[in-house]
Design a protein around this ligand. Structure first.
Ligand code: ADP
Length: 484
């Protein structure tokens, strides 16, 4: 698929440290999950390279923070324009290494670029405060200053967007960054970095350390251990988030964590069922179910249960599964064999505990899995507790509003939640009762660049996107001026 790039020079395979492309001593392979075909070999960098990148970022910091906000805004805007001008090529690289359908791949480029556009604008609005004084001879002020060198460890499910929603606010605020992209999808990150270089982002301000799964841990440890790195942002599993949090404790780093979810999707008797089915399809099967906000558990009220299951299963059965570059494909491969195994394990467990498969249910060839719906789901099934991160929808039946709320909240996670209802009182009651950072009401998709994205409980810390997304990258300084 990469032979079709209009600009083959976007295909970078080396790391980026201090404006130099770094080959590294060793290389690792990147594969197309749809075909298993090798796409490229990429620099396998290590802890020493991460330290070199941190040092370069630290050296670049004074000049970067000294630029006017407007200058940084203009450079980010140029980066945004280049990302969009190369949307087709970037989407192709993304789909080749990640597997999502090409239309979705191009969609992610626009989504990822939108964070760069948004924070280019927000760069100019990092305002301080003047406070009322407690003494006529004093004046009180609040400054917001860039926090310092930032590190970003990003996942494979959104190879561009999870980088830009961290990196764009960091750069906008005046911070340099070191990025450690997922080992499964480094090519999108490197192409985006190449465009940042072309946009004129100075050497050392944006660094990329690529590494395979083993070396990634050493790189992660170096980023956590560094006293120079003042902020670490991670999107990934709660399990790894906890490890990183512990490793950041000795240096008391500021942390942004966007971790696992276990999103409930509740359909009440008073919902518009056709709309709920459409929302369910979009929420569950986008990116083959591999997003942290994908609905994981469907709770449907008894009065509409049969109708919902029938309509939902019929639509799911009509999905075209295949290589993301084929026309009409709406579900691509899963990212790796272990992901396929997890879906199979959850489906088998649900069936063993009394669930009924009403669509799909089986592994296909390679890394593909049939889009699956299981009716009669029960609270003791694995899928009730764990995030499947794949194309499997278990549907639970409930009777009362309180029962649905209790089931939805019965998890250590609290990222996204969804419900369908047309009763305005219920809409407020349920929205307030759900212990989640985000609630979609009569919608299946809710993320965009100018809203605060993030979770509560063990789904993470902090918010990305919106004007709140800048908060992590600035420190507040209080000035107390006397002798006035
Ligand atoms: P997830 O399953 O959460 O997506 P991975 O296991 O792929 O996460 O880890 C994500 C990244 O986090 C790794 O690429 C690595 O950089 C970092 N990481 C993972 N485990 C550790 C660890 N024990 N110490 C330091 N960094 C780690």
């Amino acid at each position: 698929p990469l032979a079709l790039l209009k600009d083959p020079s976007l295909l970078k395979t080396d790391g980026l440290i201090n404006g130099q492309w770094v080959k590294g001593g060793a290389r690792f392979d990147v594969h197309d999950p749809a075909t298993g075909q090798k796409l490229a070999d990429v620099a396998n960098l290590g802890a020493a390279d991460a330290e070199a990148a941190i040092a370069a970022a630290d050296k670049a910091w004074p000049a970067w923070r000294a630029r006017s906000a407007k200058e940084r805004a203009n450079l980010l805007r140029k980066w945004y324009d280049l990302l969009m001008a190369n949307q087709e090529d970037l989407g192709r690289i993304l789909t080749a290494e990640q597997g999502k359908p090409f239309a979705e791949g191009k969609g992610e480029i626009a989504y990822g670029a939108s964070f760069v556009e948004w924070f280019a604008e927000e760069a100019k609005r990092v305002n301080g405060e003047t406070l009322p004084t407690f003494d006529p001879n004093r004046r009180l002020l609040v400054l917001k200053q860039p926090i310092g060198v930032c590190a970003a460890i990003t996942p494979w499910n959104f190879p561009l967007a999870m980088i830009t929603r961290k990196v764009a606010p960091a750069l906008a605020a005046g911070c340099p960054v070191v990025i450690k992209p997922a080992e499964l999808t480094p090519l999108t990150a490197l192409a985006a970095a190449e465009l940042a270089v072309r946009a004129g982002i100075p050497a050392g301000v944006l660094n990329v350390i690529t590494a395979d799964s083993q070396q990634s841990i050493a790189v992660g440890k170096a980023l956590c251990a560094s006293d120079t790195v003042r902020h670490l942002s991670f999107t990934g599993s709660t399990e790894v988030g906890r490890i990183l949090m512990a490793q950041c404790a000795p240096t008391v780093k500021k942390l942004a964590l966007e971790l696992g979810g276990n999103a409930p999707f509740i359909v009440f008797d008073d919902a518009d069922i056709d709309s709920a089915v459409e929302g369910a399809l979009a929420s569950k099967y986008r990116n083959a179910g591999q997003t942290c906000v994908c609905a994981n558990r469907f709770y449907v009220q008894a009065g509409v249960y049969d109708e919902f299951v029938k309509k939902f299963a019929a639509k799911v059965q009509a999905f075209k599964v295949g290589n993301g570059f084929e026309d009409g494909v709406v579900q691509g491969p899963l990212i790796e064999d272990a992901a396929v195994d997890k879906v199979q394990r959850h489906v088998d467990d649900a069936v063993a505990k009394g669930g009924t498969v009403v669509a799909g249910g089986k592994k296909l060839q390679g890394q593909f899995f049939e889009p699956t719906v299981v009716a009669g789901a029960k609270a003791d099934m694995l899928c009730a507790r764990e995030e499947t991160f794949g194309p499997f929808a278990p549907v639970f039946k409930f009777e009362t509003e309180q029962e649905a709320i209790d089931a939805a909240n019965n998890t250590e996670f609290g990222l996204a939640s969804y419900f369908y209802s047309r009763d305005v009182g219920r809409i407020f009651r349920v929205s307030e009762a759900l212990e989640y950072g985000m609630v979609g009401i009569n919608v299946g998709i809710l993320a965009t660049e100018h809203v605060p994205f993030g979770g509560v409980k063990q789904s993470g810390l902090g918010r990305e996107g919106s004007h709140h997304g800048m908060d992590d990258y600035v420190e507040i300084k209080y000035l107390c001026l006397g002798d006035v």
